[in-house]
Ligand binder design. Structure first.
Ligand SMILES: [Fe+2]
Length: 230
């Protein structure tokens, strides 16, 4: 890819990235992971991969602004296709980038097929591993006012299942539930050998943080005010 083409795609990406867990630095880290994985794989279309990494989250703003009811991967795939066609990309290549973007979600039913889509998926999921995965999960929770933890009737931290329903009927889950739903399982979701290796190196940091936070909060309640009230 030429520097001019990279700069044009990057410039478009920068106009779309407004949330702090999915900001431009998330995009650059995903691109760095993807290039690392690319070096261990064969027959990868580098231009498609770079464009897909840069554009993979451009649909988020429209989704969260309520301008489109579809998920950000579907919205972003179409936006990427239209943008690349406007940059005179061949329809086949632009459609390949669209396929990568629309299949990068962990929660999505649309699974990646091509090697470029699998590398983007893995690079994006590495952002949910290790310390950065914990930090980004906490930021995401804060953005939608989710609680750090929810206690059950016996005073234990709820670690899975559904969250609490607010008086407005909205389900809110906690960091502990999100960790057990996604963050803990992300290490088993990679397609490429290199991504598995990178994730495995980072896993213990996340496990230690989770266990440490669980222990600190539990201990706080056990030794605190409650024992003074009958
Ligand atoms: Fe992403």
């Amino acid at each position: 890819m030429t520097k001019t083409e990279y700069a044009a795609i990057e410039k478009y990406m920068l106009t779309q990235m407004k949330d702090s867990a999915h900001d431009k630095h998330h995009i650059y880290r995903v691109l760095n992971f993807a290039v690392d994985i690319y070096e261990y794989e064969n027959s990868v279309d580098f231009d498609v991969l770079v464009a897909a990494c840069l554009l993979h989250d451009i649909g988020r703003e429209k989704q969260f602004a309520g301008l489109d009811s579809r998920c950000h991967a579907q919205i972003g795939g179409e936006m990427a296709y239209e943008f690349l066609i406007s940059r005179s990309w061949a329809a086949e290549k632009a459609a390949h980038v669209k396929e990568c973007v629309s299949s990068h979600r962990y929660r999505g039913n649309n699974k990646p097929n091509s090697i470029e889509a699998k590398i983007l998926f893995d690079a994006d999921k590495l952002e949910a591993s290790g310390a950065i995965g914990i930090a980004r999960t906490l930021i995401c929770g804060g953005q939608v006012a989710e609680p750090l933890y929810i206690l059950d009737d016996s005073g234990s931290i709820v670690i899975d299942g559904k969250g609490l329903e607010t008086s407005e009927g909205i389900q809110v889950s906690s960091f502990f539930q999100e960790y057990n739903f996604k963050i803990k399982k992300v290490y088993d979701s990679f397609f490429t050998k290199r991504a598995k290796e990178l994730a495995a190196k980072r896993q213990q940091t996340a496990v230690d943080f989770y266990n440490g936070l669980y222990a600190e909060i539990t201990e706080n309640y056990e030794h605190g005010a409650k024992k003074h009230f009958s």
